[in-house]
Design a protein around this ligand. Structure first.
Ligand SMILES: [Cu+2]
Length: 186
């Protein structure tokens, strides 16, 4: 394989991994051989879903707010994960998340989900076009990277309002994308 093809393949793989989300298969093992302990996604890939220059949702008047609760499916050792999420709609959608009690240095993905936390732990991902692409901008995703203290915060935006179609947000470890760690109802 020539170098250009290899680079393209790497790009495709990265994209596939990013897109896996909580509905993905076990694509998270596709790049096996990555350094031990590191998530399969580089933090840059995960954080690329964010909009760090946006006004955080908690600074937008009228934003909905929800507290995260640890789900039964969370990995052992997750009992202390806590935090809040905010959902603002003002022509578009802004979502901000603050979490503590995470594994220092670990990366996580959060998605708006289509059901409340009490219904199948948030049910499927919220989608503007149901059955459409499982990635932004048809879904609302954000990436989180825990600092040395286990804290993480992030904001993401979408050009469209989700309306009342996204009652919850679920956080997943990027190395266990099918796992549901915490959920917050807005
Ligand atoms: Cu999700």
């Amino acid at each position: 394989m020539n170098r250009r093809a290899a680079v393209t393949l790497t790009g495709l793989l990265t994209t596939t991994l990013l897109l896996a989300g909580c509905g993905g298969d076990d694509a998270d093992t596709a790049d096996g051989g990555a350094e031990a302990g590191a998530a399969d996604h580089s933090s840059m890939d995960v954080m690329a879903m964010n909009d760090p220059d946006a006004t955080p949702a908690y600074d937008v008047d009228g934003a909905a707010e929800g507290a995260f609760t640890v789900l039964d499916s969370a990995p052992p050792g997750s009992e202390d994960v806590a935090g809040e999420a905010w959902l603002a709609q003002d022509g578009g959608t802004t979502v901000s998340v603050e979490l503590s009690g995470l594994e220092p240095g670990a990366t996580y993905m959060a998605h708006l989900h289509a059901e409340p936390c009490g219904t199948d732990d948030g049910g499927p991902h919220f989608q503007f076009e149901v059955g459409g692409e499982e990635v932004p901008p048809n879904e609302v995703h954000l990436g989180l990277e825990a600092d040395d203290e286990g804290n993480a915060t992030a904001t993401t935006t979408n050009d469209r309002e989700v309306g009342d179609g996204a009652p919850s947000i679920v956080v997943h470890p990027t190395d266990l994308p099918d796992n549901r760690l915490v959920c917050a109802d807005f």
